[in-house]
Design a protein around this ligand. Sequence first.
Ligand SMILES: *Cc1c(COP(=O)(O)O)cnc(C)c1O
Length: 394
Amino acid sequence: MPSNNLGICFPALRPVIPMQKTTDNLFLKYAAPGILGLHPYIPGKPISELEREFGISDSVKLASNENPLGASPKAKAAVTTLLDELARYPDGGGFDLRAALAEFHNIEAEAVTLGNGSNDVLDLIARTFLAPGSEAIFSEYAFAVYPICTQAVGATARVAAAHDGVTGARFGHNLKAMRALVSEKTRVIFIANPNNPTGTWLAKDELLEFIDSVPANIIVVVDEAYTEYVEESAYPDATQWLKPYPNLIVTRTFSKAYGLAALRVGYGLSHPDVADLLNRVRQPFNVNALALAGALAALHDHKHIEQSVAINRAGMTQLTAGFKGLGLDYIPSVGNFICVDVGRLAAEVDDQLLHKGCITRPIGGYGLPQHLRVTVGLKDENQRFLNALESVLK
Ligand SMILES: *Cc1c(COP(=O)(O)O)cnc(C)c1O
């Protein structure tokens, strides 16, 4: 076997030894309850992968609800200053970022739980409060991470039918249907406001009434990953309800409007007793040093958020006008993405769009096989996508 003069093998040069056939691997049946029924989350294709596969360049990615403006320059600068510190563990308690978030939300630092992205916080919630025999409630078309983290801990998912367009905005969470699923087994209720992938949202009165109606021993999670983008006056800030509802957890992220998806940092706000439980389950150093510093700087760059929201507003107008021009239905969205009904199998349209260098997201996995979810990009990116879509549908 080839090796360097230290006797260390170069992995790439080693012969590949075929693995045992999976059917022979008896340990599979000993996986924890729920694990074998899981399907891995399918992320948007990275640009590098598309360009490598199709031999194209200059493609646009509108598939993962990333900020097309990029990160705040202040966050980039903060991350750069840490490059000489990479050998050091991060601050496992995230002291500075938690303190800054506490001030930002006018709450105590003990109420803040930091996560490796807010998905990590959702997973901590599941691991803390769910187990085989208990139930989590969420809506049809709700964010894919809720079923994954519920099933991963062997708990049972109870899925409420979404609004049909008569009872409320079509595809949106139906809180009455969700409330009707509450039982003695319910431990956690996940609500995305607004929801991804539908972009639908819940108004202050209905959401507050719902939270108030839920027994106090059930954790209610309000996932506000896109809150910075929402400009509806009736849209609530659920962090305002943390004091009266100690069973409430609000999650936020730096991955969307703050433009720091690569760093992986998000957080939960809750009663300190809830945060204390989450922090016992949390891995030490779950948020890395670059993420802590980048998020801290980004939190104070209000100008970057304002610009991001303005770009999104203009892009959303551009995309919806484009869809109308093509005679396509879409789900009205308050996020930085929108689902368009392409009138045929969206996976096929997606494939053709990929060949034209446009990455979007078919959402058949959510039970919407004719919808493509498109992230609002910069003006030129949106136009390229609309042109590609027009030529594919022609
Ligand atoms: C993107 C998203 C998140 C958060 O993702 P992270 O990158 O893990 O912070 C959470 N909830 C919803 C609904 C999302 O769309």
